[in-house]
Design a protein around this ligand. Sequence first.
Ligand SMILES: [Zn+2]
Length: 217
Amino acid sequence: MAKLYFRYGAMGCGKTRDIIKVWYNYKEKGKKAIIIKPGIDTKGNNKIVSRDNTELNTDYVILKDDNIYDIITKHIRKYNLDCILVDEAQFLERHHVEELTDICDDLNITVMCYGLRADFMDNLFPGSAALFAYADVIEEMKTICECMDGATRNVRFVNGKPVFHGEQVAIDGKDQVTYISMCRKCRKKLLKEHNKSIEKKTTNKEKFKKALIDALR
Ligand SMILES: [Zn+2]
């Protein structure tokens, strides 16, 4: 029986590299795997690009209202299919994940989803939440923090400064946004320092305001 996999990990843990590896493994055995990804990820357009710059073309970009089951059944009518690899699976909608379970159960096709567990504010992505609920096999892919502990968080930086609030989705490399994967402890430390610097800025502002009011009296 085919299974639905969810392989999750922080940024830089090698998810895309793994997809490319699995794709080639299928090819070498004369089997057919395809790569799909949600349309929200604009990085590399219709390509998936790993950090070492290896790239493969995406077979389908899935949009919000697309029905993956319908797309795949149409695909199978034309070509064979043994495995579906899903990049950036955190951006899937819940209904997409439900459709992927039908592909597994009704069509007997292995589905391997790769994605982030949580966003930079430590909230689950909708696609990841659905995958945690539905996947048969859940595997963590590891990467390390600067302190050498396992990195499980994605910290967002804008113009080199850490940010802890904002929109859930901001693509790496766009609008001065970058991410660094960290362990929970290092993220907490960074957040504390960030809050302290904001407090300091506010106190300085208050002091300036008070001095101004006093001077105008
Ligand atoms: Zn750390």
